[in-house]
Design a protein around this ligand. Structure first.
Ligand SMILES: Nc1nc2c(c(=O)[nH]1)N[C@H]1C(S)=C(S)[C@@H](COP(=O)(O)O)O[C@H]1N2
Ligand SMILES: [Mo]
Length: 325
């Protein structure tokens, strides 16, 4: 239903000059919200139109950096439920095409728990686009045009109680959908399933925290975490959990998969931090992958909070980010 909102907008990215104000989505939503036909809106002076859509826009919602191509974004993936290879998820996900009947169980310390469909969720939220840097803990990065909605919109709708201190997320567990969840030849699981992640409540409420339903103007492909995945651009990519089926509001810091599997290497906060090296490699620089060579066009310096310090640094004042990683 609401997927019509995230189809067919690819052309807007072609020249890589999108600004949130200029965006097709905002214009369309603005027109729709006012209940105006295209004709009526067209007859308004453009300055009246601009005045109405001119709102303070978080500078972190966009970037002038070159986008990674759609081919790169959708064919170089980490999605261990399919495979640990970067190129395989795209091949293996061809038949994984969940629709708007996808169910998300939202529970815990909230006033409005329930099993909601993606269609319900999209009918309550406002789909917009965000162009974010994605920095993987493996020291490569991309720039990705996502479509989706601000996580805080959904959180406000389900009305957390004062006991809700963290939000926990879970990916679908299904060995028929995700062959990577089967035991390997030696009888071991690659990771403990289901994949789980979490955010502190104030992190989840930060305007940058986003739930993506589309990428490059199309519904999310399976390999990118269809039909609903988290995007937290100031944290290492593993926090951006894919194909979410459970969202639970809890009092205690929740379990997260990578921390569980390697607590000396991966933390709960996992904020991008060039000064804290991974025990096995440096985090000072990253391989920025933009074009179809897939190897990365250049190596650039990694920025604290992946360059989103202005938006998020205050969340961590007083914390020792070398220790609380
Ligand atoms: N469920 C699940 N979510 C996941 C992963 C995964 O293996 N399983 N990989 C994470 C990692 S390590 C990264 S870098 C990003 C990659 O997202 P992308 O493939 O859309 O670029 O997804 C994250 N979310
Ligand atoms: Mo990652």
């Amino acid at each position: 239903m609401k997927n019509r909102k995230i189809r067919g907008a690819y052309t807007q990215y072609k020249d890589n000059q999108v600004t949130p104000e200029d965006s097709y989505w905002n214009r369309r939503d603005f027109i729709k919200n006012l209940g105006l036909s295209g004709l009526a809106a067209g007859s308004m002076s453009s300055s009246a139109l601009m005045a109405t859509i001119d709102r303070p826009v978080n500078s972190g919602f966009n970037t002038a950096e070159p986008l990674s191509t759609e081919n790169v974004v959708t064919h170089y993936n980490n999605f261990y439920e399919f495979s640990t290879s970067k190129r395989k998820p795209a091949e293996m996900a061809v038949n994984f095409k969940p629709g708007n009947d996808w169910k998300v169980e939202i529970s815990g310390e909230i006033e409005k728990p329930g099993n909601y469909t993606l269609e319900d969720i999209l009918s309550w939220t406002r789909v917009e686009e965000r162009i974010y840097r994605l920095r993987c803990v493996e020291a490569w990065s991309m720039v990705v045009p996502w479509q989706g909605f601000q996580l805080s919109q959904l959180i406000n709708l389900v009305k957390p109680t004062s006991k809700a201190k963290f939000v926990a997320f879970e990916t679908l567990e299904s060995r028929s959908v995700f062959p990577g969840q089967k035991r390997g030849v030696l009888g071991f699981h690659v990771l403990p399933w289901p994949y789980r992640e979490g955010l502190r409540m104030d992190e989840a409420m930060n305007p940058l925290a986003f739930l993506a339903t589309g990428v490059y103007g199309k519904p999310l492909p399976g390999q990118n975490g269809a039909p609903l995945r988290l995007v937290v651009p100031w944290k290492y990519g593993f926090k951006s959990i894919k194909s979410i089926v459970k969202i639970r509001f809890v009092e205690q810091q929740p379990y997260n998969t990578w921390r569980k599997s390697g607590p000396r290497e991966y933390g709960f906060y996992a904020n991008v931090n060039p000064k804290v090296d991974h025990p096995r490699w440096s985090q000072a620089t990253e391989r920025r992958i933009t074009d179809d060579s897939f190897f990365g066009t250049k190596r650039i310096d990694t920025k604290m909070f992946n360059g989103y310090g202005e938006q998020v640094a205050s969340l961590y004042s007083g914390m020792d980010l070398a220790r609380d990683f």
